[in-house]
Structures are given as structure tokens and as C-alpha cells.
Design a binder for this molecule. Structure first.
Ligand code: NAD
Length: 244
């Protein structure tokens, strides 16, 4: 018995990092996974896993979301789980951010999850059930960088809370996780700045960075029926960084 037996799950950004860890774990737990990502090369690799199908999706495109959710319904009949995980980051500070930088960041990190919730919940409402989990960031809840990334992840936090309030009556749960620094391709660039990474590790009570599987495990719980009365929850996964 798997913890996600017979579930159909869409994972955005499912071709890399935490999304790929989730795709693998969810499939092992019995789900059929649609890894939806913009990176076709990585999609081809993740699709080699059993019970994982790659679908190309640009999360910032309303039209793309419409096509992908319809394709999933046509093929599998329902969407039980949506993980809004795709995202981009930038280390540009306040003096370097252009309006174009700001717009791209928000289109992908905030408008993207909003579109996912909009399209998936339309089908979930018909089914009378659904579970949505969003990947925000610890930067949305502590003073960690006044930049477009922080703002976009704070926006996602607000969108998720509003969605939890509006969709509860339809038996659709919406929860959000707030990872600290996790070792993925996104942070590989940061890892090169050894001094900054050492400082981060020192400031983390658990004394190390997180692994993608550690986030995937927490999201698995929130996505599954084990979390049947949990909605609007905000789970920090940061080795204690934000608790200091
Ligand atoms: P990653 O770069 O390994 O994976 C992100 C994935 O999103 C990639 O496969 C990429 O192709 C995809 N993507 C980017 N733009 C897209 C778009 N427009 N449409 C569809 N897919 C798109 O990074 P990761 O670290 O696994 O990040 C996953 C999520 O976790 C992101 O939302 C990120 O902001 C968030 N996060 C990461 C960390 C960290 O330390 N790694 C910390 C907190 C939050």
C-alpha cells in the first residue's frame, strides 16, 4: 500500500531539484505523476521513471495551464493533487532590479501558482476533492533580502491563504511550505560563494543545509489524505533557521 495510491498528481518544476525528488517519491507511493516543466531536456530524463509522465508547461501562461490540465483530465480523468513548485530566483538587490526583472519573477513565482490553483480547482470542484501544496520560501517570512524573489514568494503566501479560505467548502485543501536553503541546482550557484554558504550553515541550528528529499517528504504528507483536516497551513522546513 502506498500513501498516494491511485492519485493523479501534477508537480510543476517537476524535472529538477525538489520537484524531481517529489516526482520520484510520489510515484514510489503509488501516484501517477505529471511532471510539468519548461525544461524539455530534464523532462525527458524524469519521464524515464516509472509512473512519471513529463508535460511541457510554462507556469506563467494561462493558455498552457488550460491545455495541460485538460490533457491530464482527458487522459487520467481527474487531478487529485497539484504541487505548485516551479520557480526562479535571482540575487539582484534593490538597486539592480528593473521593472522587467520584477515582472518576470512575479509572473513565474506568483502568477504561475495562481493560474495552477485556478485551473486545477475548477476540475477539483467537480470531483469534490483536491489537495494543493505551494512551495514558497523562508524569505517570505523573515527579513531575508529586499528583492523581487522575496516579494514574489510573499505574494504566493497570500494567494495560498486566500485560496485555502475560498476552496475549503469544496473539500479542496491548500497548504504551503517554506523551505530554507536546500541543495538543488537553484542553489548550486550560491554554493560557489563559499563564504555566504558557510555563514548560512552556521546560522542554521541544525548546522547543515537541507536536501530535496526532506522537503519532498513534508509535501507528501500535506498532499496525502493523512492531512485530511489541514488547510491554510504554513510549514517551515529550514533546520530551525527562522526560529532563531
Ligand atoms: P530548481 O531550479 O532545481 O527547479 C526549479 C524548476 O522549475 C526547474 O525544473 C525549472 O525548469 C522549472 N521552471 C522554471 N521556470 C518555469 C516555468 N516558467 N514554467 C515551468 N517550470 C519552470 O530549483 P529548486 O531549488 O528545486 O526550487 C523549487 C522551488 O523551491 C522553487 O519555487 C524555489 O523558488 C523554491 N525554493 C527553493 C529553495 C532552495 O534553497 N533551493 C528554498 C526555498 C524555496
Amino acid at each position: 500500500m502506498g500513501r498516494l495510491d491511485n492519485k493523479i498528481a501534477i508537480i510543476t518544476g517537476g524535472a529538477s531539484g525538489m520537484g524531481a525528488a517529489m516526482a520520484k517519491l510520489f510515484a514510489e507511493e503509488g501516484a501517477t505523476v505529471i511532471a510539468a516543466d519548461i525544461n524539455e531536456e530534464n523532462l525527458a530524463k524524469i519521464s524515464e521513471l516509472e509512473h512519471v509522465e513529463g508535460m511541457k508547461l510554462d507556469v506563467s501562461s494561462d493558455e498552457n495551464w488550460s491545455e495541460v490540465t485538460k490533457a491530464v483530465i482527458d487522459k487520467y480523468g481527474c487531478i487529485d493533487i497539484l504541487i505548485n513548485n516551479a520557480g526562479i530566483s535571482s540575487e539582484k538587490g534593490p538597486d539592480q532590479i528593473s521593472q522587467a526583472d520584477w515582472t518576470i519573477m512575479h509572473n513565474i513565482n506568483a502568477f504561475g501558482p495562481f493560474l495552477g490553483i485556478k485551473h486545477a480547482s475548477n476540475y477539483m470542484k467537480i470531483a469534490g476533492k483536491g489537495s494543493i501544496v505551494n512551495t514558497s520560501s523562508y524569505t517570505a517570512i523573515i527579513g531575508a533580502g529586499m528583492n523581487a524573489y522575496t516579494a514574489s514568494k510573499g505574494s504566493l503566501r497570500a494567494i495560498a491563504r486566500a485560496a485555502a479560505a475560498e476552496l475549503g467548502a469544496f473539500n479542496i485543501r491548500v497548504n504551503t511550505v517554506f523551505p530554507g536553503v536546500i541543495e538543488t541546482p537553484m542553489t548550486a550557484k550560491l554554493s560557489e560563494a563559499k563564504e555566504a554558504m558557510d555563514m548560512l550553515v552556521q546560522a542554521t541550528p541544525m548546522g547543515r543545509l537541507g536536501q530535496p528529499e526532506e522537503v519532498a517528504n513534508a509535501i507528501l504528507f500535506l498532499a496525502s489524505d493523512e492531512a485530511s483536516y489541514i488547510t491554510g497551513a504554513e510549514l517551515v522546513i529550514d533546520g530551525g533557521y527562522s526560529a532563531r
